[in-house]
Design a protein around this ligand. Structure first.
Ligand code: ZN
Length: 289
């Protein structure tokens, strides 16, 4: 049964309204809170000069290169993976070059099953970020529309650029579309899931995107390859693979303006991620509780 009590005075009305607002706001915040993890499923078996990852760098240092997926565990029933990793290498890369565990296996270290993944945000369709999409059968895949169109179309035409793409992944994403498990995102600063907002990135691919999680002082950016290393952010130097190096640098600045601490801009391939945050399992760190 539902009854409405007569409200007898104005102050009481104001108090009631404030209380309802507070409860509503509180519920909204609680519903959109995410624990954030980075999971390293592959590591290159040799180091690379830092200068290979930053155009114009004079650094003599070397760095390890790792490959990650990122898990956003919401208390609203959403279990979101950012990027899908890879299950094989395209012909120009050798699987022997990597220490590797399949992306769905690394998730088991924090008790996440592949069927638990409700959403899969693909930052860009390079082989090492999209190849694992068929491991997560229940996930709705989210990708920028222009990136998708380039990936399945223009890239394979005469003047297209399909470097970094595995043609087998084109079939996988089209299968997702046929299965009605693909949502194409159109544009910048779009809240695709409560508390999860995507931004158009650096033109690493035709229309790569990155993910902002949280609000207020609580924000974390899952940058993926919109910066390969923390070094790109501190030196403001572009990675070599982009349609537009100037746009890449502008976007590094933009991401830095969006969070209070650059440690909270999580790069696509930097092993430092695994020393900056607390380890919760082998190859897994917790970025936010
Ligand atoms: Zn990439």
């Amino acid at each position: 049964m539902f009854t409405i009590q007569k409200i007898s005075s104005k102050p009481k009305t104001i108090l009631s309204v404030l209380l309802i607002l507070f409860i509503g706001l509180n519920a909204f915040c609680q519903n959109n809170s995410y624990k954030i993890y980075a999971l390293k499923f592959a590591t290159l078996n040799f180091k690379m000069p830092v200068s290979f990852s930053a155009v114009g760098s004079t650094s003599k240092d070397s760095t390890g290169i790792c490959y990650m997926v990122y898990l956003l565990k919401g208390n609203n029933g959403r279990t979101i993976l950012v990027d899908a990793g890879f299950t094989e290498t395209p012909t120009m890369y050798n699987m022997q070059a990597f220490t590797y565990i399949r992306p769905d296996s690394i998730l088991k270290k924090i008790n996440i099953n592949p069927t638990d993944i409700t959403d899969l945000i693909i930052t860009h369709p390079h082989w090492d970020h999209i190849g694992g999409i068929d491991l997560f059968p229940k996930a709705m895949v989210w990708m920028q529309e222009k990136d998708y169109n380039y990936f399945v179309g223009t890239a394979w035409q005469k003047d297209g650029d399909n470097s970094g793409f595995n043609s087998k992944d084109v079939y996988k994403i089209i299968q997702k579309k046929i299965d009605k498990q693909l949502t194409l995102v159109k544009g910048d600063s779009i809240e695709i899931i409560p508390g999860i907002r995507v931004f158009i990135g650096s033109r690493h691919t035709y229309e790569s995107q990155y993910v902002l999680v949280g609000t207020g002082s609580d924000k974390v950016i899952i940058a993926s390859d919109n910066t390969w290393l923390y070094y790109n952010l501190t030196s403001l130097l572009s990675i070599p693979i982009t349609f537009d190096q100037k746009a890449f640098i502008e976007n590094l600045k933009r991401m830095k303006s969006m969070v209070k601490n650059i440690d909270l801009i999580i790069p696509g391939h930097d092993p430092l991620v695994f020393s900056k945050f607390p380890k919760v399992a082998e190859g897994v760190v917790k970025i936010k509780n």
